[in-house]
Design a protein around this ligand. Structure first.
Ligand code: KG4
Ligand code: ZN
Length: 493
């Protein structure tokens, strides 16, 4: 393969030329850049991790790369997996070894483009993946100091996700494995999110996992690398999707403090300055004693509040905003054309935008905490997990929200569970989790393919054995943690 482009190429070239004795500014004394060309006896034990940010010259969008520095301990990797992720709107890749060391990674986010169009438009996402995948993989290998021939396998997300996005990653990966005669490991995106924690913490199976992202909301017990029990899931939209929609409806891309943030991140940011007590969004599924979730009711209620405030503040949105009822608005919003047109014509900011953000964030946190509380009690009651060493892992993009983490901490403190969350950058989509899932599958001897005949991507794919009905039948009453949860402060979390 030809060398990588842009600043990353310059960085890699500089590192290769300098060899193993190069000490990076800011790194620990004696730290050297890990390079394939450095020495036969490679060097392990990460002493510092550095991010170098570069811009894609062609598109002006941000790409970040991470390079790893090692001190002088001998390094003998036996397995190296390249992970490739394109299931939604991030083109990401990473090389991880079987000790869990991240040798290098690169990521191209489409977030800014989709913020402008008012949501992800699948053909646009597909085109951006096509434009970036080769560069991202090359940059990953370059900063890793690894050649394709040295890889043990290529692991790629094949399900679930946007069909057009998954297709780009799969097609590219199949070409790679065919050309370099490497084993291929198809990855379930949610399994990868669930197992990421084992890269960072020594968590033994079984453990409870809450995955909250833009596309999913599921509660599963992880019993093994590819052995899951599904306790509950969202019956409609995912919490990230709901937060993104509310953020769009509030025109938060117009807010100077969060114009480039994802919807969820923008809501979290503004909520810190708001008073959640000014609005009440209600609690979904109160009369369903199971572990399923629902966020579309909260979305409707938030939309109603926003429309009411717009009327009060005389904010003119557009005829289509003002003339339709909230339900009609929600229905229309599902049509692509309307999403695009409204995304482009953004309204004005409400004066109470921080209060609405705080109320929405609190309602989402409360709902997630209460359903997770029931899942914990079910696991204890059924003997699936036992204290005091039982663990709740929370991952997915929405898990980077500190307020939601605090609400979950209240629940785990009350039930004597440990709460573990990957760092935010590993909660959102990334290549590391895919590569690590590949390592986990190689170790367990599960799903490592030497022939790729008949491999297809699957836009829809559930995770594990569905026991959600049995969970509902037990009808566990969740003790009220209302007081503690209501004490959650939006300010200075
Ligand atoms: O896991 P992820 O990167 O992609 C999916 O697989 O969906 O999650 C993206 C979602 C988006 O909806 C985004 O708004 C949300 O995660 N998100 C957040 C935060 N950061 C990202 N939601 C709440 N608080 C945050 N800090
Ligand atoms: Zn994800």
């Amino acid at each position: 393969m030809a060398s990588a482009s842009g600043k990353a190429e310059a960085e890699c070239a500089r590192v290769s030329a300098a060899g193993p004795s190069l000490t990076e500014p800011g790194s620990a004394p004696g730290a050297v850049f890990f390079s394939r060309h450095a020495s036969v006896q490679k060097i392990l034990a990460i002493s510092s991790v550095t991010r170098c940010t570069s811009n894609s010259v062609k598109h002006g969008r941000s790409v970040w790369l991470r390079s790893i520095f090692f001190n002088s301990v001998k390094y003998y990797p036996t397995k190296l997996v390249l992970g490739i992720e394109t299931s939604c709107d991030d083109t990401a890749a990473a090389v991880v070894d079987d000790t869990g060391k991240i040798l290098g990674e690169a990521l191209h986010s489409q977030n800014e483009v989709h913020l402008k169009t008012g949501g992800i438009i699948p053909p646009v996402a597909q085109q951006l993946h096509r434009e970036n995948i080769e560069r991202i993989v090359k940059e990953t290998l370059c900063v890793s100091g690894i050649s394709l021939n040295e890889l043990s396998a290529v692991a790629t997300t094949v399900k679930p996700g946007l069909a057009l996005s998954l297709g780009v990653g799969l097609e590219y990966s199949l070409k790679l494995v065919d050309k370099y005669k490497k084993p291929f490991i198809p990855i379930h995106h949610m399994e990868a999110h669930a197992l990421t924690i084992r890269l960072i913490n020594q968590v033994e199976f079984p453990f409870l996992v809450l995955l909250i992202s833009g596309g999913h909301c599921i509660l599963v017990v992880a019993q093994g690398v590819s052995d899951f029990l599904l306790l509950g899931q969202s019956v409609d939209i995912a919490p990230g999707d709901m937060l993104d929609k509310v953020a769009r409806r509030l025109s938060l891309t117009k807010h100077p403090e969060c114009c480039r943030m994802s919807g969820g991140k923008a809501i979290e940011h503004l909520a810190q300055q708001g008073n959640r007590l000014n609005y009440e969004l209600g609690a979904p599924m109160r009369h369903h004693p199971n572990c399923n979730f629902s966020f579309s009711g909260l979305h409707s209620n938030a939309t109603r509040i926003i429309m009411q405030k717009e009327k009060e503040e005389g904010i003119f949105q557009s005829k289509i905003y003002t003339n339709c009822t909230p339900d009609l608005w929600l229905y229309l919003q599902k049509t692509l054309l309307l999403t695009i047109s409204l995304g482009l014509q953004e309204g004005h900011l409400l004066s109470c935008v921080t209060d609405i953000a705080a109320a929405v964030q609190h309602a989402v946190a409360l709902h997630i905490a209460q359903r997770t509380h029931r899942a914990i009690l079910f696991c204890i009651k059924s003997g699936i997990l036992s204290q005091p060493n039982a663990t709740l892992v929370v991952s997915g993009g929405v898990a980077s929200n500190q307020y939601i983490r605090r609400a979950l901490q209240i629940v785990t403190d009350a039930t004597n569970f440990n709460l573990l969350c990957p760092p935010p950058r590993l909660c959102t989509d990334n290549g590391v989790m895919i590569a690590w899932n590949g390592i986990e599958r190689m170790r367990a001897g599960l799903g490592v393919l030497h022939s790729t005949d008949g491999i297809r991507y699957e836009p829809k794919a559930s995770l594990g054995i569905d026991i959600s009905e049995q969970v509902g039948e037990v009808s566990i009453k969740v003790p009220s943690l209302e007081v503690s949860l209501n004490e959650l402060s939006t300010i200075n979390l």
